[in-house]
Design a binder for this molecule. Structure first.
Ligand code: SAH
Length: 395
């Protein structure tokens, strides 16, 4: 019998249904489990706690599949979890929102390490944990059959795979990518999605509703969109009647995709300006040029993957937010995001307060942003609540 026996007292987080077992909590490993094998996790007194996938080299030694001792972890179990995730979305996301959607969001859908994003007829799968990797064939088959999609493409090339001792993998698992490329619609706008080489699985679906909100706020404003990637906020701002949008990203490929997306939607290219630059430096250039804006979006990449990076990340967030607040006209709006799991919403608000203080401006919170509903957060897994944002008005 393959099992992990915990140290006395270390069963507490599992009893609260947190789905991770850290290596430091494990007293003994029995049955010599291989990477991804299912183990029973037991308290020091032998009490059954959970079925979990074992990851011998990771700090997260096991991730829970099920709290039910009667359950068998097999293809049928995974199929049931996938079906539950898909059903939940069918009820949650209003028809007409678009055809890009996160179908499976890892731990919060009871499938640790499994991400599945749907872009029209293509599903992009990310298997990020040893357990997900162990069941890759079953998960891929389940996704294909339950969605009926023509193509399943794997993008298991995120850095976190290394922590699990897994090599990067990407490529077609089923069918073929459409020769004309992948296109989705989202809140009435069309986007080309580079599923083979784009960031994450190709698109930042989590910002869907926040992009629309920015569109609603952009009328007649001069907008600065920092970290624009494929132009999501830019397109919404232009469609919403922005006077102009200056979009900045350090990736030439992202800017090319963004320009292509602008053209796809027949939006006015004369109102769009593009800048390939490092935002940290470029905000200083804009300051030195005496530029100012009515609406600024800051949507940087993850500065703090875990709490251990929080302090360094906090300095980065403060820097760009301080500069952005200075570039805003009085009454202007800042939409500022953090997708760092290691930065809580509370800490993020404190960082913005510090930035406003040092910028010498008054700022008021008008709203809060989170990830869209297809990125649910399991209450017992606060790590799932990674995307937070504030809408702030400069006084
Ligand atoms: N807002 C986008 C997603 C942003 S992702 C959307 O709605 O889709 C973060 C982006 O920041 C990526 O495109 C990445 O290329 C870019 N980036 C990362 N570091 C940067 C830096 N220092 N300066 C400018 N862009 C950067």
């Amino acid at each position: 019998m393959k099992q992990l026996i915990l140290k006395p007292g270390r069963e507490k987080s599992l009893l609260r249904r947190h789905p991770w077992v850290f290596s430091g909590a494990v007293a003994r490993v029995q049955g010599n489990p291989d990477t991804g094998d299912t183990v029973s996790v037991r308290a020091a007194d032998g009490e059954f706690l959970a079925w979990a996938a074992c990851s011998p080299v990771s700090q997260i030694r096991a991730r829970v599949w099920s709290w039910d001792e009667q359950e068998t972890i097999d293809a049928g179990f995974l199929r049931g979890r996938l079906r539950r995730a898909l059903d939940a979305r069918a009820r949650l996301i209003p028809a007409g929102t678009g055809d890009g959607m996160r179908l499976v969001h890892g731990e919060s859908d009871g499938l640790p390490g499994v991400i599945a994003d749907r872009y029209g007829e293509v599903v992009v799968l990310q298997l990020l944990s040893a357990g997900a990797e162990r069941w890759r064939a079953e998960i891929a088959a389940g996704v294909r059959e339950l969605t009926g999609c023509a193509c399943v493409y794997e993008r298991s090339d995120a850095d976190v795979r290394e922590l699990e001792g897994l090599p990067a993998k990407s490529g077609v698992l089923h069918g073929a990518l459409p020769s004309s490329g992948v296109e989705i619609r989202e809140h009435g706008l069309a986007y080309g999605v580079d599923v083979a080489a784009g960031h994450k699985t190709g698109f930042y679906l989590d910002q869907r509703d926040n992009r629309r909100r920015i569109g609603e706020l952009a009328r007649d404003r001069e907008v600065l969109n920092c970290f624009c990637y494929s132009g999501g906020f830019t397109l919404n701002a232009l469609a919403g009647g922005a006077q102009s949008v200056l979009s900045v990203d350090s990736s030439a490929g992202a800017l090319a995709q963004a320009k292509d997306n602008l053209a796809r939607n027949g939006l006015d290219a004369a109102r769009a300006e593009w800048q390939e630059a490092d935002v940290f430096r470029y905000l200083r250039t804009l300051r030195d040029q005496g530029r100012s804006f009515d609406l600024i979006v800051l949507d940087p990449p993850k500065f703090a993957p875990t709490a251990a990076f929080a302090e360094k990340a906090a300095r980065g967030y403060k820097d760009i937010n301080l500069l952005a607040l200075k570039l805003l006209r009085s009454g202007g709006l800042l939409a500022s995001f953090s997708c760092s799991g290691g930065i809580s919403a509370d800490l993020f608000q404190k960082i913005l307060a510090g930035a406003a203080l040092d910028a010498g401006v008054d700022a008021t919170i008008l709203g809060r942003f989170a990830a869209a509903a297809d990125h649910p957060v399991l209450l017992s897994f606060p790590e799932g609540d990674y995307l937070k944002g504030l809408l702030v008005r400069r006084g």
